[in-house]
Design a protein around this ligand. Sequence first.
Ligand code: 13P
Ligand code: SF4
Length: 307
Amino acid sequence: MENKDNRLVQKILTLKEKRGAIILAHNYQLGEVQDIADFVGDSLELSQKAARTNAEVIVFCGVHFMAETASILSPDKTVLLPDINAGCPMANMITAEQLRRRKGELPGAAVVCYVNSTAEVKAESEICCTSANALKVVESVDSDEILFVPDQYLGHYVSTKTDKKMILWPGFCPTHIRIKPQDITRLRLEYPQAKVVVHPECKLEVIALADEVLSTSGMCRFAQTTDAKEIIVGTEIGIIHRLRKENPHKRFIAVSEQAVCPNMKLITLEKILWSLDDMTPQVKVPEEICLKAKTAVDRMLEIGRSQ
Ligand code: 13P
Ligand code: SF4
């Protein structure tokens, strides 16, 4: 690490102590951000940490819906998102008003909502899910008809594994649709011994070519337990940092260098320091929405993960 970064890290750690803060980071964060975090994980693990921490302040290094979920679960804590512009385009592909209208058209359907959604949309949903438990959540719901929002690809993947009727919202992740089947086919020829892991936000043609379809932390666990020495990774490239750090003797090949989430990359060491210094920007969900959204998130946490 360069001296400048070293000094920055020391300042962050000192201020973190002073504020009684915990730093949570998603697997897609910049390497230097992952390295200073108290915990790095997928959406489900980060929600679980946010629900259980004793820290007064949570610095959330991720995107807006993740910080919102932390605020929903720990409404008395201060949740900082070091760049308030770090949004998730998929989460913004559905509004609460649009969901209410669609629910009106489908009175028999239960709404299962991917955690990549706004608090208002969660508040209109029966239960949330993440990529680590979507099938388990859908199976747990007491209805044979599911309105799944907002990710059509995760929803479609689940629909191939359940007998329930799934009605899909046409949302998608602009980063994961950059992952192309032809890139996997080419890399398989180049690395014939490699295993291919992809995220369920990928397109159907990509999922069809994978050995494993996993959440980001599911990929980290797979990398540690598989005998394969080469792993082709179909998700946002930030995860490669953690995979290499935890498995120095294995080779990780990103399917596409274009699979970058620009919002995740908005969080930098400088912004983390400023955020702890000013105690802004804070993310706080209004009480009425928080209470309803919490029911949907709590139901998901009771179910836990399936991979
Ligand atoms: P995970 O929950 O698998 O970490 O995924 C979150 C996400 O935003 C993927 O794009
Ligand atoms: Fe949203 Fe896609 Fe970025 Fe995940 S990778 S936060 S789904 S835009």
